[in-house]
Design a protein. Sequence first.
Length: 315
Amino acid sequence: MEQTVVGIDTSKDRLDVVIIPNEQQQSFNNDDAGCEQLASWLEEYAPDLIAIEATGGYEMLAVSTLSIAELPIVVVNPRQVRNYAKALGKLAKTDMIDARVIAEFAHNVKPDVRPLPDDHSMALKAIVLRRRQLIEMLVSEQNRLKISHRRVQPLICKSIDWLKVQIANLDKDINKTLRSSPVWREKDDLLSSFKGVGPVMSASLICLLPELGTLNRKKISALVGVCPYNRDSGYFRGRRSIYGGRAQIRSVLYMSTLASIRHNPVIKAMYNRLRAAGKVAKVAIVACMRKLLTILNAMVKNNQKWDPNWGIHAK
């Protein structure tokens, strides 16, 4: 019996829905009332899978509502869906066409349905992401200060001071939130035992990489996007490079790796060895990022605090 699959295309104000194979389609407002109507409508069809694109947060109300209704909802990567459409030669683009493509993608690829984070996890994630936004704003203001006219420099300095205070307050909030949960506190203690991992890195891994400790080193590296892929074709041998993955995790992993290169003997030795072998700095840092992630993955998997031997035996 063929599965009933739903594709939902999301915008700020509207949800466009297509059900295959019975070819039903409908549009709903992207608000509380519209999402409740969507859930009631879909319950009549008892779908086997519902797929919705990640659209910068506009999808979260629908995802939460459908999840509470115990419907099999999964958030899919928009780049993968678009590549799927291109592979099939579907170049036309409207909201209903996009919804159908999402449904067909889900029907053929069958992405796994994963449980949504609880309210506490969502709150921690929001704090971590807000901190990253403020960091980006701070860097922008600091760059503007260097090239701005002296008339506006005091205003920019005030903005920089305000951003630093907000970031400091968020750092305190992150630490307080981590320590408020026994499970998080235990995991935070585990991760923080590695010299080079601070509260922001620990919180980012806890809320943005829940798969840590459940996958092997190759899969976790690919998931984050620090696994190098070949670029070979025929006699051509291209330079391997990393691609895809979770950029938010890579950003904090990069900063943690820089700290580890300075202060952690295992990562420092690896970096120096690669540089001595002629590797450029960027390649050596990415290799150290992958090594650090592998070590942390092994620590969580084995529920064991940092031991220098993990630098050799992490799997």
